[in-house]
Design a protein around this ligand. Structure first.
Ligand code: NAP
Ligand code: ZN
Length: 352
């Protein structure tokens, strides 16, 4: 066991404070990573503030962060894919049982014995796992990703959650040239969804509640932009979408999006508001539309997504912040004031 520097919260209403946490010494199958950048996901905020108390109550102290990029500082004796000095990345998961049907099918995110990067029971040390708002982490090799050398590191970190969470449903629904695809909410996930839908060749439409993001949406790859609170503008697209990816983090009107789907169209929710949202069933019956959810992606698909980003020169548009500005970043997330992902420069933790 060794000590690492981190930033943690001690309750749902506390500010972040510097902390010292225990990390396990790397075992034979483990990799130790010096964290260089960690993206700030809205899920970090939901968890730090215990907004998902009904599904995954937060254990305090909590060290969030599951968009981790860094450099390998130690490898265990059985590690074969990595060596000291390599770039490496870690997303939302750090372990799973590896033997269940989900793991065998490459869906580690659905393993009943899966371990999330933070706020999951830690079987090595007591308590819960601690995430990437830290200078170092130890992770089982299978859950460590290769970072293609041409990607900017601060912009690559958010790919580990915002990237895979949007890439996976777009691929699953065969988004491609000739398809009309909507992305609701232009935050961290949404802006990655736009980049991927555009790179996959789809006619891409952004739905935003922020007039100030219209220009950026086009720059990010949108063919059209619709203000989601303008009922007339929404009505013009009725019955026309093959697929809509909903990334909105707060309660909103799902039915106004369902109404926009064509026959057999699908809307997939990746946003995770804490309250249930009403669905008008008749909107699904007519035109045989469907409503789904999606959770991050498996490890192999995450590597595929990183390699896709390397080929298409895709990274997240980031505002790099020091860890000391994390509370301010959360306040800005709540105001939808993010362009388009905060990425923490972990060098800022050295001064603590
Ligand atoms: P984010 O950067 O804060 O973006 C969320 C966007 O939603 C905002 O920028 C805003 O976009 C829109 N929005 C927020 N409040 C709204 C409201 N009241 N009405 C209408 N639009 C609103 O968040 P994120 O990191 O992208 O995460 C989005 C959601 O996905 C969160 O709930 C997060 O927990 C969840 N998530 C799920 C998974 C998964 O595996 N399913 C993975 C990661 C994150 P505009 O300004 O364009 O309207
Ligand atoms: Zn996330």
């Amino acid at each position: 066991m060794y000590s690492a520097k981190a930033y943690s919260v001690s309750s749902a209403t506390s500010p972040f404070l510097p902390a010292t946490i225990d990390r396990r010494d790397p075992g034979a199958d483990d990799v130790q990573i010096e964290i260089l950048f960690c993206g700030v996901c809205h899920s970090d905020l939901h968890q730090a503030r215990n907004q998902w108390s009904g599904v995954m109550p937060t254990v305090y102290p909590c060290v969030p962060g599951h968009e981790i990029v860094g450099r390998i500082t130690k490898v265990g004796s059985r590690v074969t894919k990595f060596k000291i000095g390599d770039l490496a990345a870690v997303g939302c998961m750090v372990d799973s049982d590896g033997v269940c049907p989900e793991c065998k099918a490459g869906f580690e995110q659905f393993c009943a014995n899966g371990v999330f990067t933070y706020n999951s029971p830690d079987k090595h040390l007591s308590g819960v796992t601690y995430g990437g708002y830290s200078d170092s982490i130890v992770v089982k090799e299978h859950f460590v990703l290769r970072v293609p050398g041409n990607l900017d590191l601060a912009g690559a970190a958010p790919l580990l959650c915002a990237g895979i969470t949007t890439y996976s449903p777009l691929r699953r629904h065969a988004v491609s040239k000739g398809k009309k695809v909507g992305v609701a909410g232009l935050g961290g996930l949404g802006h990655m969804g736009v980049k991927f839908a555009h790179a996959l060749g789809a006619h891409t439409v952004v739905f935003t509640s922020s007039p100030g993001k219209i220009e950026d949406a086009r720059r990010l790859g949108a063919d059209e932009v619709v203000l989601s609170n303008d009922a007339n503008a929404m009505a013009k697209h009725a019955g026309s979408f093959d697929f809509i990816l909903d990334t909105v983090s707060a309660p909103h009107d799902l039915n106004s999006y369902i109404h926009l789907l064509a026959r057999d169209g699908n809307i997939t929710m990746v946003g995770a508001p804490e309250q249930p949202l009403p669905v008008n069933i008749f909107g699904l019956l007519f035109r045989r539309r469907s409503f789904s959810g999606s959770l991050i992606g498996g490890i192999a698909e995450t590597q595929e997504m990183l390699d896709f980003c390397s080929q298409h020169n895709i990274v997240s548009d980031v505002e790099v912040i020091p860890i000391q500005k994390i509370d301010e970043a959360y306040e800005r997330l709540l105001r939808s004031d993010v362009k388009y992902r905060f990425s923490i420069d972990m060098a800022s933790l050295k001064s603590e």
